[in-house]
Design a protein around this ligand. Structure first.
Ligand code: DOR
Ligand code: ZN
Ligand code: ZN
Length: 432
């Protein structure tokens, strides 16, 4: 396959070239076209990005397949230009042993339509098993309770994970402090329907981030702080980076593009952990975009029916894997972020941080996974066009300038702007 007249985006800038693909890999980037007879795709007017790597999704398989299964989740990913997903361990049963990890792999491998990696989940007692785990992209620690039953609230248990986990691997935290969350929930439980941002307040994430950073520093372990939502967390991460602590962080599209104002309108469809925050907190994330290593979705589907329950009963989480790139492209058009930064935070940095071979860059010898986007085309986010099984989006109704036109995996077209062609089982486990 030859992709001609491509404007290839990377963190270093835009390169105009023709792309030659053979056996699923990029074999050359050239200014001129030599050789023919093959399939040629004209990318004139479009930008070509590496396939996106969404380092944070919840595909619900096994255990809650009515919300999403690994096929519908990976199909949604491809429609959003995402060719690699990292799936979280709060499936059912929780992925907290080697045996359960292996079983999960067996179940999902036949369904995956894009490439994937799986996280291992920390429990209060599995530090020794976590230390020797094989086939996971990292360890996920829930410092506060959320969907599922994984939780490490005991300080000694938490410390032991940081002490024992291999230092070359990533420890990702859901950083909301359980004690703080409990305290505030008690306070609000008796009264009127509360605001989620008050029930799980900024101080909960600040407290957890401080603890996690302290432990990463003490034991020299690689910490990844998931879904930053507040200015205070942002500042803690920046300080830690300055001190040389091996810490990285991530922000989600919902924390970047929505605030507590939207939460009022969205009701439980805007309920997630950590919650949507104040405009000031949102602004702080944008102002510190340079310090945000990854943008990842925390795609966490729940059904409409589940979300329509009362505040206390409705589960937390929103879908996002197929709307991230259009939202970011729209932000590129609004000059809030550059296309170079988008590629850096959704392709290059996740590949580097997790050591994914052949991914994240459009370059010779790298996998021919890429996305063609039209920065000028406007599309409206509409429920009926979504691939996620839950069938709704907190961004519904938004008109976004910047669309995903075609997606390729190993040189083959897997999405044409309307249909996903990838078959269940065609994705590979990147940590097999
Ligand atoms: O809102 C959330 N939903 N936050 C999480 O940490 C988990 C996720 C889920 O799995 O539903
Ligand atoms: Zn989380
Ligand atoms: Zn999550």
């Amino acid at each position: 396959v030859i992709i001609k007249n491509a404007r290839i985006a990377s963190s270093k800038g835009i390169l105009e070239a023709n792309l030659f693909v053979e056996d699923g890999k990029v074999v050359a980037l050239k200014k001129t076209i030599s050789g023919s007879g093959e399939k040629t795709i004209d990318a004139t007017g479009l930008f070509l990005l590496p396939g996106l790597i969404d380092a944070h999704v919840h595909f619900r398989d096994p255990g809650a397949e009515w919300k999403e299964d690994f096929f519908t989740g990976t199909r949604a990913a491809l429609a959003g230009g995402v060719t690699v997903v990292f799936d979280m361990p709060n499936t059912a049963p929780s992925v907290d042993s080697q045996k359960i990890l292996n079983e999960k792999k067996k179940i999902i491998s036949a369904q995956a339509a894009c490439n994937y990696a799986l996280y291992f989940g920390a429990s209060e007692a599995n530090q020794n098993e976590a230390k020797q785990i094989s086939g996971a992209c990292g360890l996920k620690i829930y410092m506060g309770s959320t969907t599922g039953s994984l939780l490490v609230k005991d300080a000694v248990a938490l410390e032991k994970h940081f002490q024992l986990f291999p230092k070359e691997k990533i420890i990702a935290v859901h950083g909301e402090d359980e004690e703080t969350i409990k305290k505030y929930a008690e306070k609000y439980r008796a009264g009127e329907k509360p605001e989620h941002n008050k029930v799980r307040p900024p101080v909960a994430v600040e407290t957890a981030a401080r603890k996690a950073i302290e432990l990463a520093k003490e034991y020299g372990k690689k910490l990844h702080v998931c879904h930053l939502s507040t200015e205070a967390e942002m500042n803690l991460v920046k300080e830690a980076k300055k001190e040389g602590v091996p810490v990285s962080c991530e922000a989600t599209p919902h924390h970047l593009f929505l605030s507590e104002e939207d939460a009022k309108r969205l009701e439980n469809f805007g309920k997630m952990n950590p919650p949507l925050r104040s405009r000031k907190d949102v602004a702080a994330l944008w102002e510190n975009m340079d310090a945000i290593d990854l943008i990842a979705t925390d795609h966490a589907p729940h059904t409409r029916e589940e979300k329509e329950k009362d505040y206390w009963s409705a589960p937390s989480g929103v879908p996002g894997v197929e709307t991230m790139l259009p939202l970011l492209l729209n932000a590129v058009n609004e000059r809030r972020i550059s296309l170079e930064q988008v590629v850096e935070k959704t392709c290059e940095n996740p590949a580097k941080l997790f050591g994914l071979k052949g991914k994240g860059f459009v370059a010779e010898d790298f996998d021919a996974d890429f996305v063609l986007v039209d920065l000028k085309k406007t599309k409206k986010i509409a429920a009926e066009n979504l691939f996620t099984k839950c069938g709704w989006s907190p961004f519904e109704g938004m008109r976004l300038r910047g669309s995903v036109e075609r997606v390729f995996m190993r040189g083959e077209e897997v999405f044409d702007g309307e249909n996903v062609f990838a078959k269940p089982g065609s994705g590979s486990d990147l940590f097999s």
